[in-house]
Design a protein around this ligand. Structure first.
Ligand SMILES: Cc1cc2nc3c(=O)[nH]c(=O)nc-3n(C[C@H](O)[C@H](O)[C@H](O)COP(=O)(O)OP(=O)(O)OC[C@H]3O[C@@H](n4cnc5c(N)ncnc54)[C@H](O)[C@@H]3O)c2cc1C
Length: 290
């Protein structure tokens, strides 16, 4: 793959500690995992200051471990290896299968989560599912919630000299989920997307997780906490759907940009439609046809 990087050094350490020491001591250094994100962003000139690259392939970080109530996925696990058969969560399968085959077979979970790009589908799901990220400097490991990972695009909450070791996905918080993605081409990034998870019993909406992604979003993926609070712990009825749509349309934190393809307002309306479709599908009721 042609990268636009002017490198002075390239390291392939064999322990996490060694990798973190190199990253901490060399000023303009960064890890490389599958290299698919680096391919995109280096070609856009975003990584022009990088002089040293640390390859993570020999750190034994490709694994999936089932714990009680959660699944732990190593940072170097390929996106194609994180599916429903492992997590038993529908939205993860839908999100991963929407990523082009040649990318999901090479790109990794850690590379995806680090980048904080709002159109990266698995990250949107991890946010809705209340996932978390284990960050290590080779000696200590901190668990950071996905909701605390991002403040800006390309600026995850990871100190220099640390790497993502794994992500933790809770598997019992919700009993149904779906991922809805709108993109202009089958092979493209999402323009607007939504991850929706519910814990529902006998039509009672005990809990709900909603997050929004999409390349047209003017930030990192975001979680819709206020809308969740409004909808949860209620018996499900048609008015709740319309309440959710209305709150999405009025939500000032959801900022899409306007371009030649669509206006920001149109994209927000599209998000409302994704919500309506998703929630009615999960609750097993008729879509209200709008
Ligand atoms: C043509 C194309 C189409 C794509 N379409 C989609 C799509 O539809 N949906 C989607 O979700 N994604 C899509 N992607 C993006 C893809 O999912 C990401 O590029 C991929 O997940 C990044 O993983 P990677 O292992 O290749 O990361 P890399 O490219 O190796 O790294 C990306 C960034 O993460 C950092 N990094 C990597 N691993 C770690 C770690 N363990 N700890 C700390 N930092 C780390 C690197 O330093 C770098 O800054 C597409 C990519 C391409 C090239």
């Amino acid at each position: 793959m042609p990268y636009k990087l002017e490198l002075k050094s390239y390291h392939i350490p064999t322990s996490i500690k060694e990798a973190c020491e190199i990253l901490g001591s060399e000023e303009n250094s960064m890890p490389i995992a599958g290299g698919t994100g680096i391919y995109i962003f280096s070609n856009k000139g975003i990584m022009s200051n990088v002089e040293s690259v640390v390859n993570l392939e020999k750190l034994n970080l490709s694994y999936v471990k089932e714990n009680v109530g959660s699944v732990k996925v190593g940072a170097m696990t390929k996106l194609s290896d994180v599916g429903k058969c492992i997590t038993k969560i529908d939205m993860i399968d839908q999100a991963v299968l929407s990523i082009p085959k040649e990318v999901r077979n090479v790109g990794t979970v850690g590379g995806q989560v680090f980048t904080a790009f709002p159109a990266f589908d698995l990250s949107v799901c991890l946010l809705a599912l209340r996932g978390s990220v284990n960050i290590t400097d080779g000696e200590e490991t901190n668990n950071v919630r996905m909701s605390e990972m991002y403040s800006n695009m390309f600026s995850p909450n990871i100190p220099k000299g640390s790497i993502i070791e794994s992500v933790e996905i809770p598997v019992s918080s919700y009993n149904k989920s779906t991922y809805l993605k709108f993109s202009y081409t089958k092979h493209g990034f999402s323009d607007v997307s939504m991850a929706l998870a519910v814990n529902v019993k006998d039509n009672y909406l005990e809990d709900i997780g909603i997050s929004v992604g999409g390349g047209a979003l003017d930030s990192h993926p975001i979680r819709l906490n206020e809308i969740e609070d409004e909808l949860k712990r209620k018996h499900f009825e048609a008015e709740l759907v319309e309440k959710g749509v209305e709150m999405i349309l009025k939500n000032e934190n959801i900022k899409f940009y306007t371009d030649h393809k669509s206006s920001s307002d149109y994209r927000k309306k599209l998000l409302g439609t994704l919500f309506r479709r998703g929630i009615t599908e999960l609750m097993g009721v008729e879509n209200y046809g709008r």
